[in-house]
Write a protein that binds this ligand. Structure first.
Ligand code: 3UK
Length: 549
């Protein structure tokens, strides 16, 4: 057990003072030999400085628009920014630094600089508005911000009228201005030793992409970062130092932070950080940077596969890829098949969460199976629990529970006790079952289960069935209020070009579902839409569909 805590290196103890009380911690397990980490460690020393010290400074680290940095070049940029943070902007270890920008090498350098000097990186999604930024600044008591000049307006608005008073210093990057961060950093000397933090000093706060209510801040230690690098990437992804990582999730989302920064750096590989990585633009970036490992969401694989099917030139752009990772939402079997047909690559699906930092159930290419997420990642344990917290046997649907070297630590939040329950399990909020092969099969978010006429129906299963129909581009399935049945299954469907959303097609889709899965699950109501509501991390917002938006 990690408690009591190690002596902190932080001068500002805000984060440590707001960790959950010991009784509310998840159980932490460090069984694997590679999880025996030292009591004092700074993850940036391990992920960046160690490569330069070991003579790998000339290896490629980051690429982006007009940027190509080796590990040595990145290290000196990081050190200069770090000196500017401390000597210029007065940053003290333990203080929270808000990072705002689309993915880019400069944003990554800022993250590394903050964490290297013992600051706490607070990533924010580029599309956030002043109101949401203000909530984050207040909750994390952010003192400094490093912000892409093109996104400065909304941050300034968050501070208007004396709001967000904790935020004292802001520096802008991606600008030629003499007081811009690049110019200020260039005036500083490179060469700086990382602050030797405690393994359990907080190094990052990640706000959950929660759909309702006040945002929750999850806190992760330097040790958590190294533990995440030692589990899923080492045992399931198994990339090599020559791999070039690319993808769409923002660095503010821990799926992106791990996949596009921590994991490539853990093995001395490189990443291409692109600002825009939509299904339209990602294939171009893959070709341009010769990317070999891709991280994106199921809908993005689906859209890229459909485009590749229609146009051989687009398929050609994906040629360098050798490993593809999907997370954030369940991967429909139809999408897995489409991608395999388009590229020959078997997608590595994985479920992770902001609370647990990264992926804890997954399957590599050899063990991947359509419709299943995979098996527990080495280093973690998983169980399916009933409402009382008893473990359920295979075949029964229950609540997914996880334990491992990372776990939920909300910043000063009463919801900690809902997430961590029954003997230290992290409850992810997902309904799952274990099938006869021992694979974990996703059903739905526990609050998304549809109860219709006494039947439990998982919306994602109906979505998977619909997606296998050639007319369907995208769909979302929710429970719709109904006098007789309590709820009925309702499908919102986006059609592929060339299909008309009329009554005939409604009946065709309903018949198709009845022939694919148990007939009682068919959508009694079908509504055609031109687009579906999604979060910035690519998740379908079913609650907005339910509200009839
Ligand atoms: C859902 C999945 C089925 C599931 C995340 C990888 O998504 C991430 O974190 P969030 O906190 O959301 C967590 C929730 O998203 N989910 C994610 N992946 C899958 N459902 N199959 C999947 N493969 O409901 C989970 O509880 O936004 C994913 C790595 C880091 C992450 N933060």
């Amino acid at each position: 057990m990690p408690l009591p805590l190690l002596p902190s290196a932080h001068a500002d103890t805000f984060a440590r003072d707001r960790l959950p009380p010991p009784a509310q911690w998840p159980e932490l397990i460090y069984e694997l030999p590679e999880l025996q980490l030292p009591d004092r460690l700074n993850c940036v020393a391990a992920l960046l400085d160690a490569h330069v010290a070991a003579g790998r400074g000339d290896r490629l680290a980051l690429q982006g628009e007009g940027v190509r940095w080796t590990y040595a070049e990145l290290q000196s940029q990081v050190d200069r920014i770090a000196r500017e943070l401390v000597d210029g902007m007065g940053l003290v270890s333990g203080q929270r630094v808000l990072l705002r920008g689309a993915n880019s090498p400069m944003l990554a350098a800022c993250w590394l600089a903050v964490v290297k000097v013992g600051g706490i990186a607070v990533g924010t999604m580029p599309l956030l508005r002043a109101k949401e930024l203000r909530q984050i600044i207040d909750k994390a008591q952010v003192s400094h911000a490093l912000c892409d000049a093109r996104l400065a307006d909304e941050l300034q608005r968050a501070r208007a009228d004396g709001d967000a008073p904790s935020l004292r210093e802001v520096a802008l990057f991606h600008t030629d201005a003499p007081d811009g961060l690049e110019a200020r950093a260039a005036r500083r000397e490179p060469g700086l030793a990382a602050l030797l933090t405690a393994a359990d000093d907080v190094c990052l706060m990640a706000f959950t992409s929660g759909t309702t209510g006040v945002p929750k801040a999850t806190m992760h230690f330097h040790r958590d970062v190294m533990a995440a690098c030692a589990c899923w990437p080492a045992h399931v992804l198994r990339a090599t130092p020559d791999d070039v990582f690319i993808g769409s999730p923002p660095l503010a989302f821990t799926f992106g932070l791990g996949g596009l920064l921590l994991f490539p750096f853990a093995i001395g590989a490189s990443a291409a950080l692109v600002e825009k990585a939509t299904p339209d633009t990602l294939p171009d970036a893959i070709a341009r940077f010769g990317a070999t490992v891709c991280f994106t969401a199921p809908t993005s694989y689906r859209a890229m596969a459909l485009a590749a099917q229609a146009d051989p030139a687009r398929r050609e752009k994906l040629r360098t890829l050798r490993k593809c990772v999907s997370a954030g939402e369940a991967l429909p079997a139809a999408t897995r098949t489409l991608w395999r047909e388009a590229t020959g690559i078997e997608i590595i699906d994985g479920i992770g969460s902001t609370e647990l930092l990264h992926i804890f159930i997954s399957a590599d290419e050899a063990h991947a199976r359509g419709g299943a997420t995979g098996v527990v990642v080495p280093g973690y344990r998983a169980a399916i629990l009933d409402e009382e917290g008893h473990e359920l046997p295979p075949g029964q649907v229950g609540r997914l529970a996880i334990k491992g070297p990372t776990g939920c630590k909300y910043l000063d939040d009463p919801r900690q006790t809902q997430y961590v329950q029954h003997g230290g399990w992290n409850l992810t909020g997902d309904a799952y079952l274990v099938d006869a092969d021992g694979q974990f099969v996703y059903q739905a978010r526990t609050d998304d289960m549809i109860i219709s006429g006494g039947y439990n129906i998982a919306g994602p299963e109906v979505e998977s069935a619909l997606l296998a129909h050639p007319a369907v581009a995208e769909c979302g399935v929710v429970g719709w209020p109904d006098e007789e049945r309590g709820q009925v299954v309702k499908a919102f469907v986006v059609l592929k070009p060339g299909h008309a959303g009329d009554d005939t097609l409604v009946r065709t889709l309903q018949d198709h579902v009845k022939q694919t899965i148990a007939p009682y699950k068919y959508p009694r109501v079908v509504e055609f839409r031109t687009a579906l509501p999604r979060t910035e991390t690519g998740k379908l917002q079913r609650f907005r569909l339910r509200q009839g938006e």
